[in-house]
Design a protein around this ligand. Structure first.
Ligand code: D5M
Ligand code: FE
Ligand code: ZN
Length: 495
């Protein structure tokens, strides 16, 4: 019915034509409403139809605000799709936004054994290249070339298996492209033994040791590691959220709406508003909606039981965010993307209304972007479940320690074949090729922050109250606590 968005382009309409049209009807038009109207493909037709609708209301409105404009969209055409939230700035903002790595269109997997071989070969080669740059491993030798003798040998391999011997020494089955070898870590070597307790299956490591018979007795273990990075100047704010879980009964809508009002400069203390005015980017690290069929009995906990409707609701909520904030969105395990990582961007077929928001970028999980020069690696964090299960001392409530470990291992999901489904693609896209300035994750629903070797490790918590599942596992979420990187310093605002 409302045809304001038909493809007839007439963007040349003069400002005073629209204003004059409304003035003739005795209606004043607010700046924001005017800007929204002007953005439409056919503003004059849109204005005429709006005037007809306003007359039908019996002249109730004398001022056309953007809210009134929205109401007409909603009432007359409930499926009308928004292009974005209010426009706050008079000037156009300059964004230096770049996508460095997005794997959305790079799914080559056919599920063949050959793919598994290529996948692990890619992982091994990438990580071996990083490891061999370490001075300690420059003279590493292929496993097949190992000879017994008194000298310390240096090798690089993928951890095929990890076991404990009867006497509680650690046994590592290490493999490279030439062969396999068993590495022993003695438990009397306390420091090294402790290091070996943090190893996981399928990661790539370097080992120094002495060959004894068919074994190598380890004297040191190396990870690809992270060099200390130089902090970059940041003249803006970036906001990080995740795990919104729209559609769930436990989604905290009021809290989320307060957050949006803050982003729009309409809520908060003076300091908070000042920070909001600096916000250029909002990064959303997955679980935008609660999804459907994610776990048995989920339906009972859903408020919106249809995936498309969940994304429509998401479009309404995110669509209220002022349009000059760029939103970067990746999927999580609750979203409608394929479940195996790397997950391509949220598919448009389920999220048409969200896709119509002009200020949203849809990327894969994981993705690497540059926000005005700040390299930001975004990953939902599914692998944290496996890391917490496999390594003593790591838990959901200390995800900064998990992120630290993943950075050292230079892989976002090192363990293959547990809870985190990984697609065996030709290239392993979960290797951390580049050390980012920011690593942003979610999934655990508990905020965490640490600066590690110059990298901001941020976990952004959730907008979902504790679920039945989390009660069983004693996971206590931090809700509506939003980390903001404001000119290089972390602030957390609660909504
Ligand atoms: O994850 C919500 C929370 O539940 C988060 O703290 C991780 C935890 N979780 C989810 N799945 C698992 C499994 N399989 N094992 C252990 N812990 C888990 P969400 O992705 O929002 O459902
Ligand atoms: Fe989640
Ligand atoms: Zn999740």
């Amino acid at each position: 019915m409302f045809k304001g968005k038909n493809p007839v382009k007439s963007r040349m309409v003069e400002m005073n034509e629209i204003i004059a049209k409304f003035a003739r009807e005795g209606i004043l038009i607010e700046d924001e409403a005017y800007l929204r109207l002007k953005e439409m493909d056919d503003p004059m037709t849109a204005s005429s139809e709006l005037i007809v609708s306003i007359r039908k209301e019996g002249g109730k409105f004398t001022i056309l605000t953007s809210e009134v404009l929205d109401d007409f969209f909603e009432i007359e055409n409930p499926h009308e799709i928004k292009a974005g939230g209010p426009v706050k700035d008079d000037f156009k903002r300059e964004f230096d936004f770049r996508v460095i790595q997005d794997t959305s269109n790079k799914s080559y997997t056919s599920g063949e054994i050959q793919d598994m071989v290529s996948y692990f070969s890619s992982r091994f080669t990438k990580l071996k290249n990083l490891l061999s740059k370490r001075p300690e491993l420059r003279s590493h030798v292929p496993i097949a070339d190992l000879r017994s003798g008194g000298d310390v040998v240096s090798i690089i391999g993928i951890v095929n298996d990890l076991r404990s011997t009867k006497n509680n020494h650690k046994m590592i089955e290490l493999e490279d492209d030439t062969g396999e070898i068993t590495v022993i870590v003695h438990n009397e070597n306390h420091e090294l033994f402790e290091k070996s307790e943090k190893l996981v299956r399928d990661e790539v490591i370097g080992v120094h040791g002495v060959k004894k018979g068919r074994l190598v007795v380890a004297s040191d273990i190396f990870h690809p590691g992270v060099p200390r990075i130089q902090e970059k100047e940041m003249k803006f704010s970036a906001v990080f959220i995740s795990d919104v879980h729209i559609g769930s009964q436990t989604f905290l809508e009021d809290s989320f709406r307060r957050f949006v009002r803050w982003l729009n400069g309409d809520e908060g203390s003076e300091e908070q508003r000042e920070v909001a005015a600096d916000v250029k980017y909002l990064v959303v690290a997955g679980d935008i909606v609660d999804g459907i069929g994610i776990y048995p009995g989920q339906e009972r906990e859903l408020l919106i039981k249809d995936i498309t409707e969940q994304y429509e609701e998401a479009a309404r909520l995110f669509g209220d965010i002022q349009r000059d904030i760029k939103i970067i969105m990746i999927p999580g395990n609750h979203d409608a993307s394929r479940i195996a990582e790397p997950q391509p961007a949220i598919p448009e077929e389920y999220a048409k209304s969200l896709y119509s928001l002009k200020n949203v970028e849809f990327l894969s999980n994981p993705s690497l972007v540059s926000l005005d020069g700040l390299k930001t690696l975004i990953y939902h964090g599914r692998s944290f479940d496996d890391m917490a299960m496999s390594i003593n001392g790591l838990s959901h409530d200390k995800s900064h320690l998990i992120m630290e470990e993943l950075l050292e291992k230079r892989h976002l999901a090192p363990i293959y074949g547990e809870r985190t489904p990984l697609a065996s693609e030709i290239e392993d896209h979960l290797v951390i090729d580049d050390v980012p300035d920011i690593l942003h994750t979610g999934h655990v629903h508990i905020n965490a922050y640490k600066k590690y070797r110059g990298v901001h490790l941020i976990n952004s918590g959730t907008f979902q109250a504790q679920t039945e599942f989390q009660k069983i596992y004693n996971i206590v979420p931090t809700c509506g606590q939003v980390p903001v990187l404001h000119r290089g310093a972390l602030k957390v605002f609660e909504f």
